[in-house]
Structures are given as structure tokens and as C-alpha cells.
Design a protein around this ligand. Structure first.
Ligand code: PHE
Length: 467
């Protein structure tokens, strides 16, 4: 399969985005701002125009790390534990929605017998076996508070001031200095500062995004970090970075083997602001090359800021998306299923709760699907979008509106037609919204009602002119 096709792979944006200087990065630079939401370069392209809204200062807020929901019982882990007023302020600098708040604090990755928790345990197993032979284990954090300072999320891992991921179109802001973490890398600096030298961080992360079977604005990542000191790579003369990169390769190839068996793998050069060199691991699985994770040798400045001497220490870091791994390993076809309480889903995995090897043989068997309902909406973009200025219309903004009205009934939002009127110069878009419940049949009345409200809000909030 060609690289180009692979970049379009349905799994592409779940975690990592495209590689350095790749097709996506180039395309992102050339696109007008109202199209950027679709591209999701996230961290893997170096410089993109600044979509920061006016009034956003980058003054540092203190890094808040609170423990939340330490119980493993599913019922203890409910959104109620994160008060709505903590994340939804009603002010202009807040773009967190009720749909997002309702996903917070669920602790899916800690629920016994949930597929995300099974994957987490399978990864722990790999790292525990490794540390056993070396006598020192990885510290594990799976309940760090998901509301962090913009400083922790971006500055502490050297994300450039003008990077697209900092924009309101990509990230959920509680206020100008506080965000819902968009990656677990947000915790690298604070844990290093606290003296941790080998650790794994698992948690829910949040990104404004488009909607389809593999993209959901809340998902889960695991971060891994390991610091080496000079004595481990053979002293001053030796190349610590090369040593560290080699260790990282071995570690992650071992992890991929542990999870996927004897698969073909390849390393691809990548770009992340926080690592140099940076790489992505791909595995050949069911006839496709899939990105599994992003990683690299940590930038010395991150170590230094955390009080670790970069002259005598090197570190590797990796980040992976748990949903992606679980979808591949268990054959789960739709990312909404992870949030479902439908017993036809949950029962298939609950037997994994008491059996640490169950993940090896579990395979999702799909239950019958209810029919979809399609609704198309065609409209002229607001004039601002055509000027190339910041626009109220972006695909991510549209998806927020659709999800606010339709919740998890929304299966996909997809651009199906686009043209420019030669006379007026105006651009028309047509999006198809696919509604489908995983639990029941939908009625026309219900969907028409939702779609009407979506259309009204598109005019009122996104400034489009419906056709
Ligand atoms: N934080 C990166 C992402 O979410 C993944 C990553 C972590 C890459 C650590 C390199 C090192 O895309």
C-alpha cells in the first residue's frame, strides 16, 4: 500500500497525525483556515499559522495535578465527580461543551473488563516483565486530573507559540490558561520534576475533531518515559542519544510483538516538538500499514527545565492511542462503542476482568446494526472564510454543533460536495450527517427534530447561509 493511501488511513488522526514534512503538513500550509479543522496535523508538523483567538495570553498557570476517581468500580467513576462549573464557565474564552463534560471522569481505562483497561493491562505486563529483569519498575499513573494548564499541555513540551494545536479550533479551553489535556505528554515535565525517571501515564485526552467511526473528541492515551544516566551508555565519549534511540526501538518493538504477535514492523521518521529524533512505529496488520505510536529522544530542554542534567542524562518518550490499539486488536468497528453501556458490547469483554490472558483471545463479534438515517445540509460559507481570515465556520465547529444536538447518535459528518459559484465567487459546501443508534431504530420525527435544530444553530452560530 502506498504511503499516500496510508496517510488517509482511517486510523490516521486518532493519535498522531502525519509525519514530518509529509503530504498533510504541506497540505495544511496551503489550506485556507476554514479547512484546517479537517487536517488535524496535531503535533506532527512544526509550524502552522496561529489560530489563537484574541485575548489569549500564555501566562503560566500553576500545573494542577489532582487525583480523581481512584476506585476501580465503574459506578464510582461518573462525570458528577468533575463539577460542571469546573470546566464550563459560560465565558467567551471557554469552549468546553456539555457533551464533553459528560465524558469526563468516566475512567474507562480503569474499569475492570473494559477493552481499554484490558489493553492498558497488557501494556503494563510488557513493561513489568522488562523491569523485573532489570530490578526497577515503571511507576504507573492512571488518574491524573485531565484539566491542566496550557503551560503544561504546550509550553512544558516545547510546542511552538504559533502551533495549530494551540488554537480554539483544536483544543478545549476552560479559560485562556487552562485546557483539557490534548495528550498525556502534558504530564512529562511535572513527573520528571517530581523525581520520576521511569513512568507510564494513562488517561483520557480531549481534542476538537471531525466525526467518524474512528474519531471521538474524548479518547485515551498512554505515555511512557524512561531516563538513562551516563553510566548506562558508557560514559562521556559514547553517543547517548544514539544509545537512547536504540533502547527505545528495542523496547517498543518488544511491546508491539507482545500485543500483536510476530508482525512485520517498520520505523518512519516523524516530527514532534518534544523529541529529536522522532519516529513512528508502524505494523503490517491485516494487509495494512498502521501507525501504532509516536516516540523519540526527549529534547534536552525538557530535562533541563525539570532539573535533570541533559549533559549526563538522556530520555526516551512515547505516546500511543489506546482506542486505536483496541480497535485493531479486538476488531471493534466503531469508536462510540467504548462509551456504550449496551450489554451486547460490555459482556463480550467483562470476562477479561478476572483473567489476565483473556485479551489474547478476545475478538469482538458484532451485533446487528440498526439502519442509518442520512441528512444532507448545503450552505454558503461565511464571507470571512473566503477571505482566508479566521472564520466562524470550521468542520470542527460544525461537528461540535451536530454533536451537541445529536450526541452519540451521530455516526459521521462528511463533506460530500463543494464548489465555487463563478459569478459570486462564493463557496458552497454540502455535508452529509449520518445518524445511527447502536441500540435502537431511529424515528423520522426524532431525527428531523435534531436536524432542524442543527440547521438553526449553523446559521446562528457558524454564520453560514443555508441553501
Ligand atoms: N504526544 C504525541 C501525540 O499525542 C505522542 C508522542 C508522545 C510522541 C511522546 C513522541 C513522544 O501525538
Amino acid at each position: 500500500m502506498s504511503l499516500g493511501t496510508h496517510l488517509e488511513s482511517e486510523f490516521r488522526r486518532l493519535n498522531l497525525g502525519a509525519r514530518a514534512g509529509g503530504a498533510d503538513a504541506a497540505a495544511a500550509g496551503a489550506e485556507p483556515p476554514w479547512r484546517r479543522g479537517r487536517l488535524k496535523p496535531t503535533f506532527s508538523s512544526p509550524h502552522l499559522p496561529p489560530p489563537l483567538p484574541p485575548g489569549i495570553s500564555r501566562a503560566s498557570a500553576s500545573i494542577r495535578t489532582k487525583k480523581v476517581c481512584t476506585s476501580s468500580a465503574a459506578t464510582d467513576c461518573v462525570a458528577a465527580q468533575i463539577p460542571r462549573s469546573d470546566v464550563i464557565t459560560g465565558r467567551d474564552d471557554c469552549n468546553v461543551t456539555d457533551a464533553i463534560h459528560s465524558r469526563m471522569g468516566r475512567g474507562l481505562h480503569r474499569r475492570p473488563g473494559h477493552p481499554l483497561s484490558l489493553i492498558r493491562a497488557a501494556i503494563y505486563e510488557h513493561f513489568d516483565a522488562r523491569s523485573g529483569s532489570e530490578g526497577s519498575s515503571f511507576a504507573k499513573f492512571d488518574d491524573l486530573w485531565p484539566v491542566v494548564s496550557a503551560k503544561a499541555n504546550f509550553d512544558s513540551v516545547l510546542v511552538p507559540a504559533d502551533h495549530v494545536s494551540r488554537g480554539y479550533n483544536d483544543t478545549y479551553y476552560v479559560d485562556a490558561d487552562t485546557v483539557l489535556r490534548c495528550h498525556t505528554s502534558a504530564h512529562q515535565a511535572e513527573l520528571l520534576t517530581a523525581g520520576e525517571r521511569r513512568f507510564l501515564v494513562t488517561g483520557d485526552v480531549y481534542r476538537r475533531d471531525s466525526i467518524d467511526a474512528t474519531h471521538y473528541p474524548a479518547f485515551h492515551q498512554m505515555e511512557g518515559v524512561r531516563v538513562f544516566d551516563q553510566s548506562e551508555w558508557g560514559g562521556e565519549g559514547a553517543d547517548g542519544t544514539a544509545f537512547c534511540q536504540e533502547e527505545l526501538r528495542k523496547e517498543l518493538e518488544g511491546l508491539a510483538k507482545h500485543l500483536f504477535g510476530d508482525v512485520e514492523m517498520r520505523w518512519v521518521d516523524a516530527y514532534f516538538p518534544f523529541t529529536e529524533p522522532s519516529m513512528e512505529l508502524e505494523i503490517f496488520y491485516q494487509d495494512e500499514w498502521l501507525e501504532v505510536l509516536g516516540c523519540g529522544v526527549m529534547q534536552p530542554a525538557i530535562l533541563e527545565a525539570a532539573g535533570v542534567d541533559p549533559a549526563t542524562n538522556k530520555a526516551w518518550a512515547f505516546g500511543l492511542g489506546l482506542e486505536r490499539l483496541a480497535m485493531v486488536l479486538f476488531g471493534i468497528p466503531d469508536i462510540r462503542l467504548f462509551w456504550s453501556d449496551d450489554e451486547r458490547f460490555t459482556k463480550q469483554f467483562s470476562k477479561g476482568a478476572g483473567d489476565k490472558d483473556a485479551w489474547r483471545s478476545l475478538r469482538f463479534s458484532s451485533f446487528s446494526k440498526y439502519p442509518p438515517v442520512f441528512k444532507d445540509v448545503a450552505f454558503w460559507l461565511p464571507p470571512s472564510a473566503e477571505d482566508g481570515a479566521e472564520s466562524t465556520f470550521t468542520e470542527n465547529n460544525l461537528c461540535e454543533v451536530v454533536r451537541a444536538e445529536g450526541g452519540d447518535l451521530i455516526e459521521e459528518v462528511k463533506l460530500i460536495d463543494e464548489f465555487v459559484n463563478k459569478k459570486t465567487g462564493r463557496t458552497s459546501n454540502c455535508f452529509r450527517v449520518t445518524y445511527r443508534s447502536m441500540e435502537r431504530s431511529l424515528t423520522d420525527d426524532e431525527i428531523n427534530g435534531i436536524q432542524t435544530r442543527v440547521r438553526e444553530r449553523m446559521e446562528a452560530e457558524l454564520g453560514v447561509e443555508l441553501r
